[in-house]
Ligand binder design. Sequence first.
Ligand code: MN
Length: 204
Amino acid sequence: MSQFTLPNLPYPYDALEPYIDKMTMEIHHTKHHQAYVNNLNNAIAGTELAGKSLEELIANASKVPIAVRNNGGGHWNHSFFWEIMKPQGGGQPTGELLDAIKGTFDSFENFQKAFHNAAMGRFGSGWAWLVVQNGKLLITSTPNQDNPLMDLAEVKGIPILGIDVWEHAYYLKYQNRRNEYIENWWNVVNWDRVLNHFLQAKGK
Ligand code: MN
């Protein structure tokens, strides 16, 4: 039996239309995410890593085989990504998260600009993140399927928001226009979920 399995999407494939199209979501979930799951299972099968949690594999990314780092990261990142989006999302965060964003970035608009720049500035494939590090908010980005939970990450922290900027996340609808994809993506952010991540990361 395989240790890791593909989680169901919390909404239908067409639910994020028109911002993220149905075909992109379907291929992203059933092909790309499924491949990370399959390759991770294959990479740990019969090794001393079998039975370890995904969190433990990620936290030890510098010490595990590259296939475990890449596919474990891919599995974690996509499982996270599906959950911080929703249909009829967008707008602004509320409560303590909005206060923290304003306290750190002066305004929600400035935060969006800084996050957008991190996502645009990631050369090639990777992710941009909003993380909590020692109780403070920080924006960072990672290459490939790395993430800030990995021991080898340049900037470490607990992710509370993240955007996939691999071309497979937007190319069918936006082609080379990563810019437009990021702008439209704000309309599907699930801020309630991000707030929950924030409160958890702060230990509340
Ligand atoms: Mn992806």
